[in-house]
Design a protein around this ligand. Structure first.
Ligand code: CP
Length: 302
């Protein structure tokens, strides 16, 4: 991974995924090693973020590096009409690594093609969110003891949800099976279903949530993303289509865990938070270790 950009989870081989996960485990044991001393990371967020930006910045700070960047493009020369290419070429002069979130699908790939320093995709539209996937894989391995043969129920916005798209691609390498539960307007796109068919992996599509989580290893909840709808009425129709409640966890596997990339709106009722099956806040913490490991691997730091 040294000196390479991370744009899509498909950029990583299975062996590279395991190396990052093992390194993240080491960082969890000892998160304050000053191996990034002298390194500058730029965080360019053209879209809102809490976890991704702050966990990257926390990771850099804990490892002794420095952070520059912005959380709103409106405060930068982008608002004067500066292009993405010019922004990247400029910021690359000031940093060793660029972490970028952008609303346009393919923008991270484009940035990686013009940038002289590596780019980490922190989410490009509805396309990919590979560092989220690494922390999801870390969370699955940590709670289940393995990545192999997991039954994963994905719920909510499966159409625009970049986290589910990235996770599906990654878990397909580990013989996962999938259940998709989404309103008809937000179903998993055909291209991902074709991908699973071609890979010989099982998937089912259902409409009932409670009935279809009983034999799940992971229930991966997602938010219906208001910002992806052009007509607010369309959002209103589907926003509360699926809400996970504590009583629905009765009869589920002892070791099942509920994951969510967060932020949540209504899709996980707060009565789930006290269940030992609720893992989403620890999952967000795991983001610090996973992102430490990704940056250390790309920067070639020991
Ligand atoms: N999971 C995630 O991407 O959260 P943020 O939008 O807060 O970064």
């Amino acid at each position: 991974m040294k000196n390479r950009s991370l744009v899509s989870i498909n950029d990583l081989s299975k062996e590279e995924i395991f190396k990052v996960l093992d390194l993240a485990e080491e960082f969890e044991k000892n998160p304050s090693q000053k191996i990034m001393d002298g390194k500058v990371v730029a965080t360019l967020f053209f879209e809102p973020s809490t976890r991704t930006r702050l966990s990257f910045e926390s990771a850099v700070n804990r490892l002794g590096g420095r952070v520059i960047g912005f959380s709103e493009a409106s405060s930068t020369s982008v608002s004067k009409g500066e292009s993405l290419k010019d922004t990247i070429l400029t910021v690359a002069n000031y940093s060793d690594l660029i972490v970028m979130r952008h609303p346009v699908e393919g923008s991270a790939r484009f940035a990686s093609e013009v940038s002289p320093v590596p780019i980490i995709n922190a989410g490009d539209g509805a396309n990919q969110h590979p560092t989220q996937t690494m922390l999801d894989l870390y969370s699955i391995r940590k709670t289940q003891g393995t990545l192999n043969n997991q039954k994963i129920v994905m719920v909510g916005d499966l159409k625009y949800g970049r986290t589910v798209h990235s996770l599906l691609m990654a878990m397909s390498q580990f013989n996962a099976s999938f259940v998709f539960i989404a309103p008809k307007e937000l179903q998993m796109p055909q291209e991902y279903k074709m991908f699973l068919k071609d890979a010989g992996l099982k998937f089912e599509e259902h409409t009932d949530l409670a009935e279809n989580i009983k034999d799940a290893d992971i229930v991966y909840m997602t938010r219906v993303q208001k910002e992806r709808f052009s007509d607010p009425m369309d959002y209103e129709k589907v926003k509360n289509a699926y809400i996970l409640r504590n009583h629905m966890l009765e009869g589920t596997k002892e070791n099942m865990r509920v994951l969510h990339p967060l932020p949540r709106v209504n899709e996980i009722n707060i009565d789930v938070d006290d269940s030992n099956k609720a893992y989403y806040f620890t999952q967000a913490l795991n983001g610090v270790y996973a992102r430490m490991a990704i940056m250390a691997s790309i920067l070639g730091l020991k």
